[in-house]
Structures are given as C-alpha cells and as structure tokens.
Design a protein around this ligand. Structure first.
Ligand SMILES: CCCCCCCCCC/C=C\CCCCCC(=O)SCCNC(=O)CCNC(=O)[C@H](O)C(C)(C)COP(=O)(O)OP(=O)(O)OC[C@H]1O[C@@H](n2cnc3c(N)ncnc32)[C@H](O)[C@@H]1OP(=O)(O)O
Ligand SMILES: Cc1cc2nc3c(=O)[nH]c(=O)nc-3n(C[C@H](O)[C@H](O)[C@H](O)COP(=O)(O)OP(=O)(O)OC[C@H]3O[C@@H](n4cnc5c(N)ncnc54)[C@H](O)[C@@H]3O)c2cc1C
Length: 687
C-alpha cells in the first residue's frame, strides 16, 4: 500500500514543532538546509545504492567503493559543491572509504604539521585529489604507545635526504621466526593512497629525537605500482560482512626509502641543511595535533551513529506489537493496524523497553550538543595556538580524549542494545543494525584505545588535584575542582522527585561525585612511594573517576544548551525532558558511586528513579517525532525496521525474496550434498 504512513498516528501525538527541532539538531537553519538537500541528492541517485553490501565478495565490494568515491568526486566538481556540501555528500554516501582518511586525517595533518611553505606545495595537490593520502602511524607492534614506534627516519647530510626504514628483526622469542616491524592498520594505505604521512623516529647525527611526521610517496603516479623499497598491501578481512571491509586498511614496509629533507613536516621542529635539529617555540605534543582534531570529529560523529540506531529501534518499537488483549485496541491506532492488530500492545509502551530505549535517545541528543561544544573548544584552542597561547592545550587534549572514549563506548553499546530492542528482526542485515555496529565498533579502538585515553584524562585530573591550594585556579571544564572543599562536604537537598529537575542541583550532584572520586584516587595515590607504580595499581579506579568527569562535561553542556534561546513550540520543554532522562538514567546506572561518595541518600536515589519514570511518560508520545527530527532519509538509515512509513513487514518479506539464496527454489549443492544424504536415510529407514 504505497503512500500510507503507518506511523501517522504516532506523528500526530507530537507536542512540539518537529521542523524547529530539526534545526536544533542540525545546529542551524543553514546546516539543516545543506544536509537536507544533499541527503536527498544521494538518496535519489541509484549509483549510491548500498543495500547489497553485506552480500558482495570483498573484491567487488571494494571496487564498488572506488566507483562510488569517484562518482561522488565527479558530482562534487561538476556541481561545484562547497567544502561543506562536499563533506556532507561523503557523509550521506555512508560508506567507509579511503576518502575518509584523505580528507579526515591526511589533509588535517598537512594543515597542522607543515610550515606555510610546505602547505602551499602539498595542499593544492591534496585538495584536487591529484595525490591521495593516508595517516600511517600505527605499527604491527605499537599502536597506543606512540613513543615506542620503531620506524626510523635517519638524516643523510650527504644527499640532504631522510632514509625511512622499518626495521626487521630475527626474534629468538618468536620461535625463531622473522618478526617484521611494519606499519599496520592505516585506512586507505592498502590499495589506494599515493602518499602517506608516516610517523618515524627522527635520527640526526646518531641522536634519536623521538617521533616526527614525514610525507612519503608510496606509489608511482604513472601506474600506481609501489616505489622502490616499498612493500604495501591490504591487511585482510575485518569484522562483519560489508561493513568496514570497504576500507583498504594496509600494511607497509619501508626498506631504506629516501625522501627529500623538506618532506619532514616542519611546523613543530626542523632539521637544517647541516643536519641540526631545531625545536620551534611550540610544545612537542603538537606532533599529536591531528589526533586531537580527529577525536573531536569522532565525538560529533558518535551522535550520528547512535541517532541512526535509535531512530531504527524507536520506529520499529512503535510498529511492533506483542501480547495484550485481542479485544479493543488503543484508540490512537491507524485503520490498518486496528484491523490486523486490534488490542495488541506496541512494544514501545512497555516500561522496560522505554527504560532501555529512551536513555539512548537522550544520549544521542546529549552527544550532539557536547559535540557542538567540543568543536567550539577545538576552534578556540587552534586560534590560541596560532598566537602562541598554549595554556588550554592540556584541557583540549583531556576533553577530546575523554569525550571520544565516553561517546564511542556508549554509542557502540547503544547500537547493540538497539539491535536487541528490535528482537529477532534486529539480527537481520536488512535491519541495518548489524552493519552499523560492525562499522562503528572499531571507533572504541582507533584514534586511541578508549581505556588508554581515559587514563590520559585521569592523569590530567590527578595533576589538577595535586595543584589545588597552590594558587593555580582551575578553569574551563575543570573549574569545579576550585570549589572542591565545598563539594567534599555538601549534601544533596532534593526532597521531592521534581527537585531533580533543578539544573543547579543536578550539576552539583555530578560535580560532587566527580570531585570526590578524583580526590579519593589522589589520596590513595599518595600512599605509594613511586607515583607511576601507584597509577598503574589504581588504574581501574582512575578510569572510573575519568568517566565521572566526562559524564559531568556532557551533562553540563546539555544544561548549558537549555539556557540558550531555543525557538519553536514545545521544543525547549521536550529537550528539558530529554536532558532529564540523560542525567537521571546516568544517576541511576551509577547510583553506587553517588551513594558511596555520600552526596545523595538512598531516598534521594529513589526519588530520582520516580522522576525518571515520569519523564519517560512525557517523552513517550513524542518519541517518533524526536527521531524524525534527525531528518534521516530511508537511504541513509539503510533499515527496513526503521523505514519512515513504518510499513515493515511487506518490505521484510520482499527483501527476503531478493536474497541470492532464493534465486533458485532448490539450492545449489542439493544434488551433491543433500540428495545423497536424504537417499541414504531413506535407504537405512527401509532396512
Ligand atoms: C566510520 C567513520 C567515522 C569517522 C568519524 C569522523 C572522523 C573523520 C575522519 C576519520 C576517518 C576514519 C576513522 C579512522 C581513523 C583512525 C585513525 C587512527 O587510528 S590513527 C592512530 C591513532 N593512534 C592513537 O590514537 C594512539 C594513542 N596513543 C596516544 O595518543 C599517545 O601516545 C598517548 C595519549 C597514549 C600518550 O602517550 P604517553 O607516552 O603516555 O604520553 P606522552 O609522553 O606521549 O605525552 C606526554 C604529555 O603529552 C600530553 N599529550 C599526549 N597526547 C597529547 C595530545 N594529543 N595533545 C596534547 N597533549 C598530549 C600528555 O597529556 C602528557 O602531558 P603532561 O603534561 O606531560 O602530563
Ligand atoms: C578500523 C581501524 C582503523 C584504523 N585506522 C588507522 C589509521 O588510519 N592509521 C593508523 O595509524 N592507525 C589506525 N588504526 C590503529 C589504531 O589507532 C590502533 O589500533 C589503536 O590506537 C589501538 O592501539 P593498539 O592496537 O596498539 O592497542 P593495544 O594498545 O595493543 O591495546 C590492547 C589492549 O591493551 C590495553 N592497554 C594498552 N595500553 C594500556 C595501558 N597503558 N594501560 C592499560 N591498558 C592498556 C588496551 O586497553 C586494550 O585493551 C586503526 C585501527 C582500526 C581497528
């Protein structure tokens, strides 16, 4: 029944203006309009079909990705799309590809790590895609420990070149096999990139200056073959069908490969013609600047991935019915469902479903707003760095690392929860959820393992606690530590469930919990004579303190957002309810910490749960409208369960018919393997 909207009744229940919410979600009217136009352009172009991905063999899958990326580039140039429109187009094509690394890491590395002169040489080539680049940092043996990288870049003053080399060791520990220390993992490296930013230990005159970035040409611009000394290829299939296998993550060995001296990225430090090493007036950590940039991008991306999963699970939860009476259904049902499902309960009305789904819906909004704020913080730190103000760099590192960790962990777990919320059908590839999970879950590992990153936050917290009383006033996201004395002794004043809607009360609860956990860790650390030993021993507690701090940031940025002027009927009220669900569900989940740090009492925790349930009821009639506000096309969602019109069952049935296994009624292999087996059983039965 084309044209029927099976979710129309749900949409009619909305108590807020969806068009206004769409603009809040997008960030501005302009961003909304660009996204809306470009997403439709992609959705309406059959060249960007993606429903066949789980079925394609790797080679075909990869070739398809190359085709789509080339076609996307053709559109970008022919339609003269702006940088913003082009990046939206790649986003809505929704297929991991070498272009993510080219635009997402290679270009930012050139911008952040190269001198102006170097940028004027390399950036125009990269912008026109006359060269394609990747970010080659991780080695087979070293990922998290960047300081431990073993590839070397040795300056040769005779020729004014660097010799880049991946060492090969014969390891007796490894059953006498050869252990190759190569670059391993970079996306786009395996089959596509012509160039790479390679991270290697800089050696001049026998002295090791640590890890620096170098621009290395990998492949011939004539025939795409690897240049002399370079061995390069794909590292093989990764988790899931389709999924991240569209990406050519690669392996690279460099055997005494020579590059000109001016291909060392020289913004942070330089090597002169005479081979002298010079450090600019900027902190060495700026070599890690590209990672800070990408972590900030990943936080913004988390809300996209989580909102997709939540949109699918919410729409399907309104369509799906289980149990209930056969006689007389809720009056809000559409004619179609009244006829076939009279009286059955929509699974979204089960409180247990709401208790799993609505906190994820709220997290998607929370991550959206914290992502917006983090983008601001990143822009701010970049502007400060340009005028040699490095004061906010440690906070920017802690925020990007911590929020990357928090949001990607919650999003990966959230996508899997959405799959379960969709029952059996969630396990079908046509639900879109298995592929979404498989593509998303490595975000917990790439750009810094999430635990390793939380430990960086913990170091920042311990440093801040150790400076309390020294006269150095903590600022920004850590300013609450300046009020630590008050936070250590204050008590929650909540007396009624509604008191949990008071923003200043909520903020103090999250601040007190975070401050108390950090101070407790610092006190325990001080019992160790060797601080590094203490840090290692207490690392599990430190990670929990870091999570508490990061959750405080997300909550406070959501509350800040609500202080702004938000136009549109009922929009602000709904966002207040969504925000309440976000922080109260966190409070409920981490009740043990709020209670153990003695800021709240068990009675106040119970009142928080009462308020949370009340907010579920407030959000329930608005749930479909809240996910419609993401403004996702059916193409982008890539899910039958999440389709806009809710007409799930016929679509599932049709899609199943199209599975290659159903091309024939009798399967291939019947004559070889099934028939003889069945014959044999028949024979023995007769005996
Ligand atoms: C599906 C698509 C999603 C896309 C989303 C959108 C994104 C767009 C583009 C992305 C496209 C595709 C996604 C795939 C990309 C994946 C790419 C990669 O994975 S690249 C490789 C990334 N590798 C890592 O992240 C390694 C992790 N390790 C580290 O970062 C560091 O080594 C460390 C943080 C663990 C620190 O190590 P450590 O040895 O303990 O410390 P150091 O001595 O190095 O540092 C001392 C000092 O420096 C401070 N520090 C550390 N890092 C930074 C930093 N980045 N910025 C500023 N300061 C930093 C640290 O705090 C210490 O400070 P002190 O004051 O001395 O305490
Ligand atoms: C899909 C994908 C794409 C990638 N793309 C790129 C790319 O484009 N370019 C690139 O250079 N790299 C890339 N990588 C590599 C990625 O950045 C690293 O895998 C990542 O930084 C984690 O490092 P690791 O693999 O060494 O993990 P490990 O550090 O070996 O982690 C293994 C375990 O040890 C734990 N651990 C490690 N150190 C500590 C510690 N100090 N304290 C406590 N626990 C610890 C971790 O928590 C984890 O549980 C990619 C990886 C993936 C999966």
């Amino acid at each position: 029944m084309a044209g029927v909207d099976y979710l129309a009744d749900e949409r009619n229940k909305a108590e807020f203006d969806v068009d206004s919410m769409k603009i809040v979600w997008a960030g501005s009217r302009h961003t909304f309009e660009v996204a809306d136009r470009i997403s439709k352009l992609v959705a309406n172009d059959p060249a960007f079909r993606k429903d066949d991905r789980p079925m394609l063999p790797r080679k075909e899958l990869f070739k398809n990705t190359l085709r789509k990326a080339a076609y996307a580039w053709k559109l970008i140039t022919e339609l003269r799309l702006s940088e913003e429109e082009a990046s939206k187009l790649r986003f809505f094509v929704d297929e991991p590809a070498y272009t993510d690394l080219h635009w997402g890491m290679f270009v930012p590395a050139l911008k952040g790590q190269c001198t102006d002169e170097q940028q004027s040489k390399w950036l125009p080539l990269a912008y026109k895609m006359q060269i394609i680049g990747c970010y080659a940092q991780t080695e087979l043996g070293h990922g998290s420990n960047v300081q431990g990288l073993e590839t070397t870049a040795t300056f040769d003053p005779q020729t004014d070149e660097f010799v880049i080399h991946s060492p090969t060791l014969t390891s007796s520990k490894c059953y006498h096999t050869v252990e190759v220390l190569c670059t391993w993992w970079p996306g786009g490296l395996g089959k596509v990139s012509t160039h790479a930013v390679v991270y290697a230990r800089l050696i001049t005159d026998g002295k090791d200056h640590g890890v620096h970035g170098f621009i290395v040409q990998l492949r011939s611009m004539e025939d795409h073959k690897p240049l002399p000394g370079i061995t390069v290829g794909d590292i093989g299939m990764k988790f899931g069908n389709g999924a991240y296998n569209t990406m050519d993550n690669g392996v690279l060995t460099l055997d005494h490969v020579r590059i000109p001296r001016d291909q060392m990225m020289m913004r942070v430090s330089q090597v002169t013609r005479e081979g002298k090493y010079k450090q600019s007036d900027v902190p060495r950590q700026l070599v890690y600047g590209t990672m800070v940039y990408v972590r900030q991008k990943i936080v913004a991306d988390a809300s996209c991935a989580l909102s997709k999963a939540v949109c699918i699970a919410t729409r399907y939860s309104a369509v799906r019915r289980q149990f209930g009476s056969q006689n007389g259904g809720p009056e809000t049902q559409s004619a179609h469902y009244r006829k076939s499902y009279t009286g059955l309960i929509q699974v979204i009305d089960y409180k247990t479903q709401q208790n799993r789904l609505f906190p994820l819906l709220a997290s998607a909004y929370a991550f959206r707003f914290v992502g917006e704020w983090l983008k601001w913080l990143y822009t701010d730190v970049t502007q400060r760095l340009a005028v040699n103000d490095f004061s906010t760099l440690p906070e920017a590192h802690a925020c990007t690392a911590g929020l990357k960790s928090l949001t990607t962990t919650a999003t990966a777990d959230g996508i899997e929860e959405c799959r379960k919320l969709c029952g059996g059908h969630g396990y079908l590839c046509t639900s879109g959820l298995p592929e979404l999970f498989a593509v998303y879950v490595p975000a917990c590992t790439y750009e810094g393992d999430n635990i390793v990153l939380l430990l960086q936050v913990a170091r920042f917290l311990m440093k801040t606690v150790s400076q309390i009383g020294s006269g150095k006033q903590p600022v920004g996201t850590i300013a609450y530590m300046g009020r630590v004395e008050h936070l250590l002794k204050s008590r929650c004043s909540v007396q009624r469930a509604e008191d949990w809607l008071n923003p200043s009360q909520v903020l103090e609860a999250f601040e007190a919990r975070a401050a108390r956990m950090s101070v407790s860790c610092a006190q325990n650390l001080s019992k160790f004579s060797n601080p590094e030993e203490g840090f290692a021993e207490l690392s599990a507690d430190l990670v929990e303190a870091a999570v508490a701090h990061c959750q405080l940031i997300v909550v406070s940025k959501f509350l800040d957002k609500l202080q702004q002027d938000i136009p549109g009927k009922g929009v602000k009220q709904l966002l207040q309810a969504v925000c309440g669900i976000y922080y109260l569900s966190l409070l409920h989940k981490h009740q043990g910490e709020f209670l153990a740090t003695s800021y709240i009492t068990p009675k106040q925790a119970a009142l928080a749960s009462d308020q949370l349930r009340a907010l579920y009821s407030k959000v329930r009639p608005n749930a479909i409208a809240l996910v419609d506000s993401f403004n996702y096309t059916d193409h982008f969602l890539g899910s039958i369960l999440g389709c806009y019109d809710g007409n799930v069952y016929p679509k599932l049935y049709e899609a199943a018919k199209k599975d290659p296994l159903n091309d024939t009624v009798v399967p291939d292999g019947y004559h070889e393997y099934l028939k003889p087996l069945l014959k044999q059983q028949l024979h023995s039965a007769k005996l």
